[in-house]
Design a protein around this ligand. Structure first.
Ligand SMILES: NC(=O)c1ccc[n+]([C@@H]2O[C@H](COP(=O)([O-])OP(=O)(O)OC[C@H]3O[C@@H](n4cnc5c(N)ncnc54)[C@H](O)[C@@H]3O)[C@@H](O)[C@H]2O)c1
Length: 337
């Protein structure tokens, strides 16, 4: 078991850690009612396991459809109404069981229902285990854009059980690997090199990726400056997701194209060696995260320029001069060709 301490909560990374969920819950919560928000796929696969590992608890489930469309105001309201109807009180505990969609939605419900209830994250996708369940950002989408309504709201604990990853599709697995490759590139050479040579990840590598995010989040919990480093590849990635309606490309795929564009900018600025670009490109192709011909920056200019988050303080991009190093550069809108 690997234990990572955040200022307000603990992250446990443990194969078959779900079996010990009751112990972890007992440390933070004195009652026996828990309310689980999950999606249809995760419910089908794991609700019986949850009932089995928490025999002494009264468990109520709220199930939403799979996918980004569940991070909507309508589904947010539905979840809140269901929780109230099922008897959830302010002192009760909410469990988010699922990928990043469920985590963001259930986290935002927790931040706002009764002005805040306690919740725990049990992330079941690789992306959620290495990224979205860490750092306290929770949100839902508007038709105007992703994650436009949200909060910083930490869980009481995060339980990461890599055994969940066994039922993930190859594409979803790769989706999480993209964020791990990003973590390696921006902050951990060893992780980056491990991923170059190995197909699968386990407790140790998940912990390495979390450590990269942890360092950045602790330096800048409310996303004013350093947290921007985590956005390596994301400026372009978000533009790609936006242009294609969040359906065609998974987040990890979009940011993979985005990382290549950001590395290319680094190469043009003589900051990044072309060999690094080639190595990352080969790695992303091998993982099925990008395909040739690659997506080109010039086709996503409009989405970048109309992204409200980018316009507020100019166009600043993250580049990686060397593995494990990041730099913020300013790019003029006219240079986006
Ligand atoms: N809060 C943050 O800091 C943060 C960071 C990155 C991403 N995100 C958000 O995360 C979301 C994407 O999360 P995601 O990639 O996990 O997608 P997701 O939650 O949509 O999950 C992907 C699919 O995998 C299925 N699934 C989940 N666990 C499974 C398992 N163990 N076995 C089989 N299938 C399983 C789900 O049912 C779903 O169909 C986006 O909304 C993004 O904005 C948030």
């Amino acid at each position: 078991m690997t234990f990572i301490k955040m200022p307000d909560y603990s992250i446990y990374i443990e194969n078959n850690g779900l079996n010990n969920l009751f112990k972890y819950i007992e440390e933070i919560y004195p009652y026996k009612d828990v309310f689980v928000v999950t999606d249809q796929t995760v419910f089908k696969l794991y609700h019986q396991r949850l009932l089995d590992v928490l025999p002494d608890y009264r468990i109520s489930f709220v199930i939403v459809s799979d996918g980004e469309k569940s991070k909507s105001i309508e589904v947010y309201q539905y979840v809140i109404e269901q929780l109230i109807e099922q008897g959830m009180k302010r002192t009760h505990l909410l469990i988010s069981l699922g990928g990043g969609v469920v985590g963001d939605l259930a986290g935002f419900v927790s931040a706002t229902l009764y002005r805040g209830v306690s919740y725990i994250q049990i992330p079941t996708t690789l992306l959620a285990q290495v990224d979205s369940s860490i750092g306290g950002k929770v949100a839902i989408d508007l038709k105007e854009g992703k994650n436009l309504i949200g909060a910083f709201y930490n869980p009481k604990l995060v339980l990461i059980d890599p055994v969940f990853l066994r039922t993930l599709s190859k594409r979803e697995y790769a989706n999480g690997l993209a964020e791990m490759i990003k973590a390696g590139l921006i902050g951990d050479k060893k992780l980056y090199h491990f991923l170059l040579e190995n197909e699968e990840v386990g407790e140790h590598e998940i912990a390495m990726a979390i450590h990269v995010k942890r360092e950045v989040v602790l330096t800048d919990p409310y996303d004013h400056k350093e947290r921007m480093y985590l956005n390596f590849g994301h400026t372009f990635g978000h533009a790609i997701e936006k242009k294609h309606g969040y359906e065609l490309y998974k987040h990890g795929e979009a940011i993979s194209y985005g990382m290549l564009i950001a590395l290319e900018i680094g190469v043009h600025m003589n900051e990044t060696k072309p060999e690094l670009y080639d190595e990352v490109k080969d790695q992303l192709i091998k993982r099925g995260l990008v395909k040739e011909p690659l997506l080109l920056l010039e086709n996503y200019k409009d989405e970048i320029l109309t992204d409200k988050k980018n316009l507020a303080d100019g166009l600043r991009f993250i580049i990686v001069p060397k593995v494990g190093e990041v730099k913020i550069v300013k790019v003029k809108a006219s240079d986006l060709t």
